[in-house]
Design a protein around this ligand. Structure first.
Ligand code: MF3
Ligand code: CO
Length: 248
């Protein structure tokens, strides 16, 4: 069942989203060679506490950290760790903020120092893919229109779209209906309605789209060891079009 949200609920989620966006803007300043994803996770924990919010991912299905921090070939759900980021790495920081019971979810990929041309292009294409998907999130369209737009664009740029992890409705809990794949056929899937709130979060790989799971049971990485990037926004569907609740 897809739960539709009231204007009041969306307003509260937007407040959570604005705080999350502010947190990402601070993270952008911290990312440089030598910093650890552990330090970034600690920063997020403190930043949210200072602003009266909590990291919803901590404790979710036994997950232990405020953020997911996925480096290079890690696609998603990387664990923060005490190993320094180095020049040329890319890192995706993903988090869910709970502010007064309202949730917002946003992931952002960052370049560490100077990165390769290929990595720069991957970051650009992945971010563009997110916005191509958001453009399709219109009342009357179908969920498949979002994935189709993303897949067509990404594959046209010579990269691939991860299939094993998808966007999702969000509300009382992190994961609700609808499922929002970043691939697929136009005109398929549930019809998009006013009051829906869901994430669009394409994970894009330089090489093959398949993923494999680490022994920790959480972290997914590319099967060919090539880089993966991700950008994610939480969006609300209104009559006037999609509203990005986590815009930086
Ligand atoms: N933020 C993630 C998403 O975009 C959810 C991560 S669940 C966690 O779907 F348990 F890893 F935190
Ligand atoms: Co997320």
């Amino acid at each position: 069942m897809i739960v539709l949200k009231s204007d009041r609920e969306i307003e509260k989620m937007k407040e959570a989203g604005e705080l999350l966006a502010a947190c990402h803007r601070e993270i952008a300043k911290l990312i440089k060679p030598g910093v650890t994803t552990w330090e970034i996770d600690q920063f997020v924990d403190h930043f949210l506490a200072e602003h009266g919010a909590t990291p919803e991912q901590k404790g979710y299905n036994g997950y232990k950290y405020a953020t997911c921090a996925s480096v290079n070939d890690e696609i998603c759900h990387g664990f923060p760790r005490k190993q320094s980021l180095k020049e040329g790495d890319i890192v995706t920081v993903d988090m869910v903020v709970n502010l007064n019971g309202a949730l917002a979810d946003s992931a952002w990929s960052y370049a560490v120092g100077e990165v390769s041309e290929e990595a720069k292009t991957l970051l650009d294409v992945t971010k563009n893919a997110l916005y191509k998907g958001i453009e399709q999130a219109q009342v009357g369209n179908r969920i498949g229109d979002i994935g189709h737009a993303i897949q067509t664009y990404v594959e046209g740029e010579g990269f691939s779209v991860v299939r094993d992890f998808i966007g999702h409705g969000i509300g009382a809990v992190i994961h609700e209906k609808p499922d929002v794949p970043h691939y697929g056929l136009p005109g398929k899937g549930p019809r998009i309605k006013e009051g829906m709130v869901f994430t669009i979060e394409p994970m894009v790989n330089v090489g093959r789209y398949q993923s494999k799971m680490d022994d920790n049971g959480w972290t997914a990485r590319t099967i060919d060891g090539k880089n993966s990037a991700q950008y994610e926004h939480t969006i609300a569907i209104t009559k006037e079009g999609p509203v990005i609740l986590t815009e930086q």
